[in-house]
Design a protein around this ligand. Structure first.
Ligand code: ARG
Length: 479
């Protein structure tokens, strides 16, 4: 794909840029190095060519290209795309970015006809169009990865359908919860991420093509026609906004950063669960790493990296927001700095989603250890208080009464179950300490016990289906 070119070669050819007409001296090499973007924006070639194909049909419709010229241009664009696909596209030193590289090559292949490609178009509306097309597909890919992770979490819950663990607040044991309930909590936040990404996708699906450099064009082109060819919902309404708006990049980076925040919480939890101190789970050997010094170590690096990657995701979002802040209308070269954070966040989120999905797929849950922790008799305190309420005691008094027994048990160093059995007033509640009893009492809608699990699962399945449907209708919209 034509990597970095030699400095001498570049110096000799710098004057050859496509826009060099009004200049008498070539660009200084340091400015070239600062401003060229081909080295990373070549990743946009497919979507840039997609946009150019639609532009060609728009030019034909406006009578600016004959149908033979339009067909020749479409064929040349197809040939150039094939060169990229095969990794055989040759960058020449004066190719400043992906857009000029493709136009230069089309002109090489077709002569004057190729040189008509840029009629009624600027790189400003071109790059905005290309990037929207690219982000639209990229967000769909992220949503697909999110769905795969949610499916894995649900499957893990099914595998250990009866397993429970303590639910925590303040990282202190609070009430028993089913493992599936716990995993579903993560699934719900991931489903919101998927929805958010699809909302962003909907908002970005507006075509900037036809806005020109900033003020539209004198030619009789029809932005609605090219918008519909490209599967956009509608064309831009304001040309200044069309070329300068990068909200869709910022929104995408936010969606990915928040998704990353969720994945980092899951990563932290896996780190905890796989310690000897918790001992709730182990990851497969294929998802853990060893120590170069300590032979016994089995480390959850996958979870630590999921936790860590979020730092740069947030950084990419913050960086872009600062870049956009204070920019005057309309296009400014600053906007070129949108791409590297975007590419980086997309790459990192795919890495993390794929690895975490694999890690959860490899997870063994140690039900014996976790249910022992969930069976901690102090977690039954609320059930005794609730029983007293059923007998007519006001909750605050019931809370205080049970609190006395809990305090007494703690001072004497005996389990709550023993203290209750020894308490003449409360001994009748001893059956509440039977295994599974407390969990069975978590039965209100959305609660953590088995009686409420079925209804939640039905809602989760419906939400997952809704995301899948949105994704496939989004695909249909774009094709
Ligand atoms: N590579 C540029 C970008 O990403 C293309 C637009 C350049 N336009 C210009 N007027 N210099 O924004």
């Amino acid at each position: 794909m034509g990597g970095a070119t030699g400095r001498e070669e570049r110096l000799a050819t710098l004057v050859m840029t496509l826009w060099a007409g009004r200049f008498s001296a070539s660009m200084d090499a340091t400015l070239w190095d600062l401003s060229e973007s081909y080295s990373y924006d070549h990743a946009l070639y497919h979507h840039d060519i997609m946009g150019s194909r639609a532009h060609v049909r728009g030019l034909e419709r406006a009578g600016l290209l004959t149908s033979d010229e339009a067909t020749a241009l479409e064929e040349a664009l197809g040939a150039i795309e094939a060169e990229f696909d095969r990794g055989q596209f040759q960058r020449v030193p004066s190719d400043e970015d992906i857009h000029t590289a493709i136009e230069r090559r089309a002109t090489e292949l077709l002569g004057d006809v190729g040189a008509k490609l840029h009629t009624a178009r600027s790189r400003n509306d071109q790059v905005a169009t290309t990037l929207r097309l690219f982000v639209r597909d990229a967000l769909d890919d992220v949503v697909r990865d999110v769905v795969a992770l949610v499916e894995t979490l649900v499957r893990l819950g099914d595998t250990y359908a009866d397993a429970s663990l303590p639910g925590y607040t303040h990282l202190q044991r609070a009430q028993p919860v089913l493992l599936s309930h716990h995993l579903n909590a993560h699934a719900w936040s991931l489903l919101r991420d998927a929805d958010r990404l699809l909302d962003t996708r909907h908002r970005l699906n507006v075509s900037p093509l036809g806005a020109g450099a900033l003020g539209g064009t004198s030619f009789d082109i029809d932005p609605a026609f090219t918008a519909s060819l490209l599967g956009f919902r509608e064309p831009f309404a304001n040309s200044l906004d069309a070329v300068s708006d990068r909200d869709f990049v910022a929104e995408s980076l936010f969606d990915i950063a928040l998704l990353g925040v969720h994945l980092s919480r899951m990563g932290e939890e896996l780190v905890l669960w796989t310690t000897s101190e918790f001992g709730f789970a182990s990851l497969g050997d294929d998802f853990t790493t060893g120590s170069s010094m300590l032979p016994q170590k089995k480390n959850s690096d996958v979870a630590e990296l999921a936790r860590a990657k979020t730092g740069r995701l947030v950084g990419n979002l913050t960086g872009l927001l600062v870049t956009l802040k204070g920019l005057p209308l309309s296009y400014n070269r600053d906007l070129q700095e949108d791409k590297e954070p975007l590419f980086d966040s997309l790459r990192q989120i795919h890495l993390v989603l794929a690895a975490l999905t694999g890690a959860y797929g490899s997870l063994t849950f140690h039900d014996d250890v976790a249910s022992l922790a969930a069976g901690d008799s102090s977690l039954v305190a609320i059930d005794i208080a609730d029983e007293l309420v059923r007998e007519g005691v006001a909750f605050r008094q019931a809370h205080a009464r049970v609190g006395q027994v809990v305090g007494d048990a703690a001072r004497r160093g005996v389990p709550l179950v023993d203290a209750v059995r020894q308490d003449p007033e409360l001994a009748r509640f001893a059956a509440l300490f039977e295994p599974g009893s407390s969990l069975a009492h978590r039965s209100s809608p959305g609660a953590s016990g088995p009686l409420a699990a079925g209804a939640q699962r039905a809602r989760l399945d419906a939400s997952l289906d809704a995301v899948r449907t949105r994704l496939s209708s989004a695909d249909a919209e774009a094709s």
